[in-house]
Design a protein around this ligand. Sequence first.
Ligand code: AR6
Length: 168
Amino acid sequence: MKIELVKGDITTIKADAIVNAANSSLLGGGGVDGAIHRKGGKAILEECILIRNRQGGCATGHAVITTAGLLPAKFVIHTVGPVWNGGSKNEDKLLHDCYKNCLQLAFEHHLKTIAFPGISTGIYHFPKDKAAEIAIDTVRNFKNVKAFDRLIFVCYDEESHEIYQKLL
Ligand code: AR6
């Protein structure tokens, strides 16, 4: 298993799955969520609505999988990161759960390459350095990590890219 670092737009990544930093409604929003729904087309939203009807959205720390629609990836794994609240609301554990549950879902679907954005580090204001540590640590310690070929961290901004470069 290889860990890769890419600077750019996750919607352009040709992986088995790209991860979306969604919200619990699963109905789309801004940031990476907006970009994925905009470029992936309506098939993604249609599957999200089916999931909502079945289980009532997605709780913080959990993950669900849909088609990637028109995107080059095969699937989108939607996870809901914690809103940063100063660290007093179990944010670290919830962010860890996001990465772990995405990996678990990918493993169960026999996926080999997964691309992650910096979950919670935009609109949800999780500190970028702390989030990167949790992301890398969770991925490296995932019990079935050897089942994957490539795990890709996709950084949209220069600051995040530098943080990941240092940590990796
Ligand atoms: N590719 C890769 N990374 C990106 C992209 C992109 N196209 N666009 C933004 N990022 P955010 P959150 C980075 O705000 O903090 C939405 O409204 C961005 O620089 O997308 O988890 C949802 O619906 C940042 O580092 O997600 C939720 O309501 C990271 O992706 C809420 O925002 C995450 O930023 C979720 O907030």
